[in-house]
Design a protein around this ligand. Structure first.
Ligand SMILES: [Zn+2]
Ligand SMILES: [Zn+2]
Ligand SMILES: [Zn+2]
Length: 174
């Protein structure tokens, strides 16, 4: 409770080590992007993060944000996730428990969940086929409780073979 000010010491060290290994310099812009990313407990596209960074420093370009996110991912601080709307989202990876996602195809709400039973079954399935499981991403698409009430007549009861269309809510308006 009292260690708020220490803020992300490990994360910052990991990032610094990674950019040095990559032969890059530490810059104020990269530090700012890291800071804002770590403060935001959301699923963010690089566009979302760009707008958040813009509020603090309008001189930071989109490419810098994008490249920094790539560096964060390589360093193990961020993880890429996809929700079926052709965008790449990023979430915290370091020190965050593994979880999977439920995505509402009506409003784009994303819910995180963890099921030990499903995890165990996935591992057992991998072993059954002679695989050593390394990672996975389980996503369930559906209609959330709120949307079941508002859009009751409009959604089809049977899913088509097409990938579900999802409109994930952006965290920040542009
Ligand atoms: Zn899982
Ligand atoms: Zn919904
Ligand atoms: Zn997540």
């Amino acid at each position: 409770m009292t260690k708020i000010k220490e803020g992300y010491k490990n994360e910052k060290e990991i990032f610094l080590e990674h950019i040095q290994k990559a032969g890059l310099r530490r810059t104020a812009q990269r530090d700012l992007i890291l800071e804002i990313f770590l403060k935001t407990e959301e699923h963010l596209t690089s566009e979302d993060l760009y707008w958040l960074v813009q509020k603090q420093d309008p001189s930071v370009g989109h490419t810098t944000v994008y490249r920094t996110l790539k560096l964060l991912t390589e360093a193990g601080l961020a993880r890429e996730v996809r929700f079926g709307d052709n965008k790449t989202y990023y979430e915290h990876h370091y020190n965050h428990e593994h979880h999977d996602h439920l995505i509402c195809t009506e409003c784009g709400k994303v819910v995180e969940f963890f099921s030990p039973e499903i995890e165990a079954m996935q591992d057992a399935t991998a072993h059954k086929f002679g695989f050593v499981p390394t990672h996975h991403s389980l996503r369930l698409w559906g209609i959330c409780e709120d949307c079941q009430q508002t859009t009751h007549e409009s959604h089809p009861s049977m899913a088509s073979g097409a990938q579900p269309r999802v409109r994930v809510k952006t965290v920040v308006g542009s």
